[in-house]
Design a protein around this ligand. Sequence first.
Ligand SMILES: Nc1ncnc2c1ncn2[C@@H]1O[C@H](COP(=O)(O)OP(=O)(O)OP(=O)(O)O)[C@@H](O)[C@H]1O
Ligand SMILES: [Mg+2]
Length: 401
Amino acid sequence: MISGVIDVVVAGHICLDMIPIIPPRPGGGAHLLLPGTLTEVGRAVLSTGGAVSNTGLALHRLGIPTRLVAKIGDDLFGRAILDLVGSRDPSLASGMIVAPGETSSYTVVVSPPNTDRLFLHCPGANNTFQAADISDDQLRGARLFHFGYPPLMRRMWERDGAELRTIFDRARKRGLTTSLDMVKPDPDSDAGRAPWRALLANVLPFVDIFLPSFEEILFMLDRHRFDSLVSEAGSQSVFSRVDTSLLHDLAAELIDMGVSVVALKLGDSGLYLRTTEDEDKWRRFGACRPGNLHDWRSRELFTPCFRVEVAGTTGAGDCTIAGFLAALLKGMPARASLIRAVAVGAFNVEQPDATSGIPDWSLVEERLQQRWPRLEPLVRTTAGWTWDEDSGVWRSDKDGI
Ligand SMILES: Nc1ncnc2c1ncn2[C@@H]1O[C@H](COP(=O)(O)OP(=O)(O)OP(=O)(O)O)[C@@H](O)[C@H]1O
Ligand SMILES: [Mg+2]
């Protein structure tokens, strides 16, 4: 039974994360996964992961009534996912799809002290998620539809995203504003070789808000430039090679493909926002259409991260999205929404897991009232950008024109 009054539907990828606590030992993690060995480890932390869990639970923690729609199997791991989600709030799990005979998606996170993490990921039922899995009933009452991580869901990226397009088309026809997040596919997998530009051209006409990370969207739009940027950067962050004119060009292309709002996540360099000037597109924006178009039309802004003690960046991008969408749902202007996005992202990185750092909305507002220093971004602002100390954003000379 699907229950409750909701504002947002968050649909897409979900999995069960299993994280064995590995005690430190000489040689770091080099002994792990060697054939013929047994390694004693500590208890396993179990949590849900993926866009539906991270963005959906973050919105819920911020106080936004949210429904989660993702597909799991009728197996033990599926029951663990339902249990973990339902323990936050029983109504959250009411839109979940349990597919008889299918395998629930899981990830084993092997993260020894002082060694790089490795993941063993089984996509399971995420790979069979299809347009027919989202019913009108699941969308009922919501103003916003957000979908996350199609690159980890085979039916969503196959055939140039035909199924994904159908899903967004359906949400649009029901009057919801639509929003999309990506993830970078494994470059050597089928998904990594998929024609991403063709998928974007096919799907983005049905998406109002697009919030990929810089790296995943450059990978999808210009693989050659992505590869050379990564190799030029070497051991440095790619953001040391990025300036706002590159972000401007990428966002222009995405707006030309159909979206109205583009937010590019820039790791610890912050968040870039550009919106369309096209009033026709704003008229089609759905239930979250801003009351005052002037606040949102034709914006180009960039804001650095808030400075915090970093415990871990798991789910930082997903929580940043939750902050942005929550502000939009509350009717805030573009500039204020951008700041709320990085504020919620900063709350995320203060805790090692994906969502436990996210507080109620009132605490986000309270912290913003205090002096909260910023991180110096590596991304360079080009000529025509000016810093606005009062609001804490960089403005392009094209902002508002
Ligand atoms: N060191 C940091 N301090 C504060 N905020 C941070 C930091 N690192 C990341 N963030 C927040 O996270 C966002 C960056 O997300 P990122 O570009 O890593 O997205 P992503 O790759 O989609 O992340 P995810 O792995 O969660 O999907 C920033 O916009 C900011 O809000
Ligand atoms: Mg992400």
